[in-house]
Design a protein around this ligand. Structure first.
Ligand SMILES: Nc1nc2c(c(=O)[nH]1)N[C@H]1C(S)=C(S)[C@@H](COP(=O)(O)O)O[C@H]1N2
Ligand SMILES: [Mo]
Length: 251
């Protein structure tokens, strides 16, 4: 975030407030896509300010891309929970039966195999995975832009958010439609020129390079396009496992 104008400061401050005026402003802000779903939570005021500023002034901003020479020699794979039986079976089958299901506010819901995904448009980018704990690494990611998939099935005008699930049942996240349609948001199936290794989220990971690492969910197998995050968990747009994190994690 480079510029904090008086306007966004005012908006953030007011939205963070309670009472009738705050609620009315929050409704207006929500209508214009400036309010994150967890605005009432602990990070609410600061996060609302950051999200509103990014959406007002940096909607199309690009995450930094690096030259290949800066790819980390030893990328760090963060710990993941024990794989489910279903995942272990997919792994043993070399993921030939892995599918990504996409439904919700779309014209034609779909279910794509990895072969089908790979046959669509591809994009490669060298970007950084930044964990909220303070470490990071740079890698080349190759995959299908999420926008390509969404455009091919048709997003209905009511769509506002995309919820995405991991085969790991405790881990799901969501992004707004700006992030989902952003050219750098990738359904990644390759890392550094090879099939995406399981520890890094193989066979399929949503790379969201404009946000912190926890938004880049590993083992993605389902997405729901929705008009509202109410009814998804507690409505704050994330799984319990991610509850301590800000929903909007713009870098
Ligand atoms: N399914 C799943 N996705 C996940 C996680 C996880 O535990 N499970 N950890 C997240 C966190 S907190 C970070 S920082 C990054 C770490 O990515 P890495 O393992 O490639 O370093 O993955 C994210 N995606
Ligand atoms: Mo993380």
């Amino acid at each position: 975030m480079k510029t904090i104008t008086r306007r966004s400061l005012l908006l953030g401050g007011l939205v963070a407030g309670t009472g009738v005026a705050g609620a009315a402003l929050a409704a207006a802000g929500r209508r214009f896509g400036l309010i994150p779903p967890d605005w009432r939570n602990i990070y609410g005021p600061g996060e609302t300010l950051s999200y509103a500023a990014h959406r007002l002034f940096g909607r199309n901003a690009l995450a930094r891309e690096f030259p290949r020479s800066m790819i980390s020699a030893k990328p760090f794979a963060n710990g993941i929970s024990k794989p489910t039986e279903a995942f272990t079976r997919h792994h043993a089958e070399n993921f030939v039966n892995w599918r990504l299901d996409v439904d919700g506010h779309v014209a034609r819901k779909t279910s794509l195999s990895l072969v089908e995904l790979r046959a669509m448009e591809r994009r490669s980018q060298v970007t950084e995975v930044v964990c909220e704990e303070g470490w990071s690494y740079v890698a080349e990611w190759t995959g299908t832009p999420l926008a390509t998939v969404l455009n091919s099935i048709g997003v209905r005008p009511t769509a506002r958010w995309v919820v995405y699930y991991s085969s790991d049942p405790d881990w799901w996240e969501s992004i707004d439609l700006d992030e989902a349609m952003h050219p750098q948001t990738l359904l990644a199936w390759e890392m550094n020129g090879a099939d995406l290794p399981v520890p890094f989220g193989g066979p399929l990971r949503l790379r969201v390079p404009r946000q912190l690492g926890y938004k880049s969910v590993k083992f993605v197998d389902r997405m729901v396009v929705t008009d509202s995050l109410d009814g998804f968990g507690d409505g704050s747009g994330q799984s319990e496992a991610n509850a301590g994190y800000a929903w909007y994690a713009g870098i």
